[in-house]
Design a protein around this ligand. Structure first.
Ligand SMILES: [Zn+2]
Length: 251
């Protein structure tokens, strides 16, 4: 796989980086990334991954653009209100970088279709905000052996984690928390979506190019009000319903 003159110019700031360079940029071009949720987190993640020259981005989201999305979902313009998100996103991302193939899927990821959607991808980013979808994405990633970059935001706090086999996301969140909150109810600062979504893209770029130390098995927690970041290690749960011994032995 070689680069055109235009690609060499487009990716010039990557090509001079020791940790990316030509080989890393080739890996980005060959990469197929699935982004679940084209909302607050998926929007900046998709923009940065398309800009970075990821070869294929599959976007899964069943929603249409609402006016209340525009406070943080930077993929969309005011004129996009009412449009199917993944279609508006595909147009925007293709305009940003025509070298990136965008595969839009205007569908809800469920337990039934998750494995088929995850299969054929090198990496999955999950920026959805409901636990049923998160559990389905995680189970499919465990089953397909695909690394998961997971992000979450609410109010003024965000978190990012990377899961490759064990521990998995379900080791961190075994069951749906009784006090589960959504941004629609409790609110979220728009710029926080930019921070966490961009961190998800950054971890994806590190994983694809083998640069540095990914957040694998760790959770980074950003408290925006306090302007503090901490990183905690995630333990593998032997009784995990997604990756635990019982699950593995029954296939
Ligand atoms: Zn697990």
């Amino acid at each position: 796989m070689s680069f055109s003159d235009a690609e060499v110019e487009r990716y010039a700031r990557h090509l001079v980086l020791r940790e990316v360079g030509g080989p890393g940029q080739q890996r980005l071009k060959a990469a197929r990334v699935l982004i679940v949720g084209a909302g607050g987190l998926g929007a900046p993640a998709a923009l940065y991954l398309a800009a970075a020259g990821v070869g294929q981005i599959t976007l899964v989201d069943p929603d249409t653009v609402a006016l209340s999305n525009l406070q943080r979902q930077v993929l969309y313009d005011t004129a996009d209100e009412g449009r199917v998100k993944v279609e508006a996103a595909a147009a925007r991302l293709t305009a940003l970088n025509p070298n990136t193939r965008i595969a839009p899927a205007a569908t809800l990821l469920t337990e039934a279709n998750a494995r088929a959607l995850v299969a054929g991808h090198d990496l999955v980013l999950d920026g959805t905000d409901d636990f049923a979808t998160r559990f389905a994405v995680n189970a499919a990633c465990v089953a397909e052996g695909v690394t998961l970059v997971s992000g979450a935001i609410g109010r003024w706090t965000g978190q990012v984690g990377v899961f490759a086999g064990r521990p998995c996301y379900r080791c961190l969140v075994p069951e749906i928390p009784p006090d589960a909150e959504t941004c629609a109810v409790v609110g979220v600062v728009g710029a926080l979506a930019g921070v966490i979504g961009s961190m998800m893209a950054l971890e994806a770029i590190k994983l694809i190019t083998n640069a540095g130390d990914p957040l694998t098995g760790r959770l980074l927690i950003y408290d925006a009000l306090a302007a503090e970041v901490r990183t905690v290690r995630i333990g593998a749960d032997p009784g995990c319903p997604a990756c635990g011994a019982a699950t593995a032995s029954t296939g």
